[in-house]
Design a protein around this ligand. Sequence first.
Ligand SMILES: *Cc1c(COP(=O)(O)O)cnc(C)c1O
Length: 355
Amino acid sequence: MRKKLFIPGPVEVREDVLARLATPMIGHRTAQASALQRGIAGKLRQVMYTDNEIILSTSSGSGLMEGAVRSCTGKRAAVFSIGAFGDRWYRMCTANGIPADLIQSELGQPTTPEQVEAALSTGQYDLVAITHNETATGVANNLDELAPVLARHPEVVFCVDAVSSLGGHRIEVDRSGIDICITSSQKCLGLPPGLAVASVSEKAYQAAKKVPHRGLYFDYVELVDFVRVRNHQYPSTPSLPHMFALDYQLDRILAEGLDNRFARHTAMAERVRAWAREQFALYSNERYLSNTVTCVDNTRNLPFATLSAGLAERGYEISDGYAALKGRTFRIAHMADATLTEIEGLLDAIDALVG
Ligand SMILES: *Cc1c(COP(=O)(O)O)cnc(C)c1O
């Protein structure tokens, strides 16, 4: 039986969106390709509440995350981690020989403004990397709390991993002063994996120009220059199928209305939380719960293999806990085009298994 995915990426993709991947190819150096990329950028600017440049990457989001720290760190990066994905961003620094420090929070807790202020007041750093929504714990950092700290340190390039939240959670890039905001196609945007996008501020672009060895494929200067100078093109051959599908999906997202879309995510998140409190418990700090993924504390010590096999028979798939939280928690994603009715169906199926 085909399983409906409630995992935090890849997510279910609507049939009509999938069909757009089969659009006949065009030359990637044509005016048509430029128009496609320009159109996508304009729509993404609305979803991201920004006037910044938009770049695309034929890779998953990790490519642009690695490219951001490699392209824009002149002195030293401060990487704030609230779980597995923040830890991985730090490893991208060390693997590239980028001077960096890892500032971790306890699992289930957010990054605090005090942590950021303490680091930045040392004057050692010119780049900050923060996970907006930690998919391992279902914690969403509060950008309204963190942005004012960054605003007091205008020399710092502010990078945000919004891979599992952009499109499901309101992230106002310009109001929050985010210089680089990154997401992937296979999460809240509701597309198959294979494309990543980022917004890039002029400050980030100018900072990158001063960094001598930025690599090439994920070089933010090259990616931005191809948009600006080469009229919205891409340095190598981009995944045109993803671009056709993204362009179409962005029309759907804007037609739904951003407010409606975020409200739908909130309604699904609240339903899953209420259910989890009743049947299990929530793993993370209640004040910072994610709109797009819920990490359930497995208080019944249910073997995940049993849960997963039972759900598979009913046509559903959810995720085990991530890394250190494997077995201790499990995760339900409520993102992209999922509906409250579908969530009810999933929760009923779990109830039938756990009693
Ligand atoms: C999925 C995810 C990533 C990795 O993205 P890829 O597209 O798989 O490279 C990074 N950060 C967060 C928070 C994620 O959820």
